[in-house]
Ligand binder design. Structure first.
Ligand code: PMP
Length: 406
């Protein structure tokens, strides 16, 4: 493995130059959104300064530069996740991506008596679109439960793959528990039973190498802003045969070949699903984020974060009355916790006074909160740009604020 200077890597992120409440910023909220390296910020800036034009419509120089960079970003992203660029629909993020699959693929297919299988640990983005589709088709939602340690009960999940189930939605990595689900095995079992699979990769792509082709799912949704890219970026990958069969979800310019009032001929996928002016600068910025992560190497990123997580767990083990939610063996650097006698929001508010950014709340996972019988947790989520020193300062701050609340 190559030796990475992680201090130099941290220096690539301008946000760490600032202070919060007179303290150096400790940003432990990367599961919410990731920080951006200079190369991504500069790529977006350069696009607007020098190349700004719309894509696909213009034959002039700036227009073709914009189109080339935008389609180039799609190719980079496709290579990063090992799929064909024509199977990658660029969109505003995971939420849009899952809605696209729900409305274009599931809505025309599902009937009363069909079921959609979801897991207890899904983000609302992988629950609500399916409820909307279920409401309109007469299909029902089935839930695969988890064990108290925050792992999926695989036997129960496989047993829940009954003939009425037409689609399984499963997250690759939990945004609350950090659990890394064995999506390859799960998708293989589903496929054997003729069940289509949608994997929510929002929390996987920022933290490990993801090979969508190897997973063997039907749909893979992800968001760019958690993987060093700009907000409003992301994609839905779908098998070619699905994209060919799916009607468009949103209509407008760019997604057509020919429009007459009598009827419209749609463009080929993926353009068929990309109506209107897309987030051009954002996706070009996401291409720069892929370059950045590629240069680090996702194996290095994963190893670095595992080391940071081990250190954080070690430090937290010394705190009395701390409850940690989720301790799967395969886990991303996300720690949800509560301190006895303290509300999650009070903890997060006092931590902010110490310069520490953690998220408090339900993390868009109400069903998971219900499972654990809590209304909210605090969540410290790390990325490769965090440091061992920050972990020590965070734990010291946590001990201090707990003293204030006790
Ligand atoms: N799924 C998971 C697991 C997530 O963590 C998130 C973001 N919190 C989403 C979906 C939604 O992503 P976005 O808001 O970028 O659409």
């Amino acid at each position: 493995a190559k030796n990475i200077d992680w201090d130099a890597v941290r220096g690539d992120f301008p946000v760490f130059e600032r202070q919060v409440n007179g303290k150096p910023l400790i940003y432990f909220d990367s599961a919410n959104t990731g920080q951006k390296p200079r190369s991504v910020i500069e790529t977006v800036d350069d696009f607007y300064r020098r190349h700004n034009a719309n894509v696909s419509r213009a034959v002039h120089t700036l227009g073709s530069e914009a189109t080339e960079s935008y389609e180039g970003a799609r190719k980079k992203l496709a290579r990063f996740v090992n799929v064909h660029p024509d199977e990658l629909v660029l969109c505003s993020g995971t939420t849009f991506a899952i809605n696209l699959a729900a409305y274009s693929w599931a809505l025309p297919r599902l009937k009363p008596g069909d079921a959609i299988l979801l897991t207890r640990m899904e983000h609302h983005a992988n629950i609500v679109p399916w409820q909307l589709v279920a409401g309109r088709t007469g299909a029902t939602i089935k839930v695969a439960e988890i064990a108290p340690d925050g792992t999926l009960d695989l036997d129960a999940l496989h047993a829940a793959m009954t003939p009425e189930v037409k689609l399984l939605g499963v997250t690759h990595v939990s945004n609350v528990l950090g659990t890394v689900n064995p999506v390859r095995e799960i998708c293989r079992e589903a496929r054997r039973r003729g069940i289509a699979t949608l994997v929510d990769g929002s929390q996987a792509l920022p933290h490990r190498a993801v090979d969508i082709a190897a997973i063997g799912c039907d749909f893979y949704a992800f968001t760019g802003h958690k993987m060093c890219g700009p907000t409003g970026t992301g994609a839905l990958w779908a098998r070619k045969e699905h994209l060919a069969a799916m009607p468009p979800f949103i209509g407008g310019g760019e997604m057509i070949k020919e429009v007459r009032f009598e009827g419209t001929v749609f463009n080929e996928p993926p353009h068929k699903f990309e109506a209107g002016t897309p987030n051009i600068a954002g996706h070009i910025g996401l291409g720069a984020a892929v370059d950045y992560l590629d240069a680090l190497g996702m194996a290095q990123v994963e190893a670095r974060e595992a080391e940071l997580l081990a250190h954080l767990n070690e430090e937290l083990a010394g705190i009395d009355g701390l409850r940690i939610f989720g301790n799967a063996r395969e886990k991303a650097a996300v720690v949800s916790f509560l301190v006895e006698g303290a509300h999650a929001h009070d903890l997060a508010t006092l931590l902010d006074l110490e310069g520490v950014a953690v998220r408090s709340g339900h993390h868009c996972a109400h069903p998971l909160m219900h499972f654990y019988g809590v209304a909210a947790t605090c969540r410290a989520s790390l990325a490769f740009y965090n440091t061992h020193d920050e972990i020590e300062r965070f734990v010291a701050a946590l001990i201090k604020v707990r003293g204030l609340l006790a």
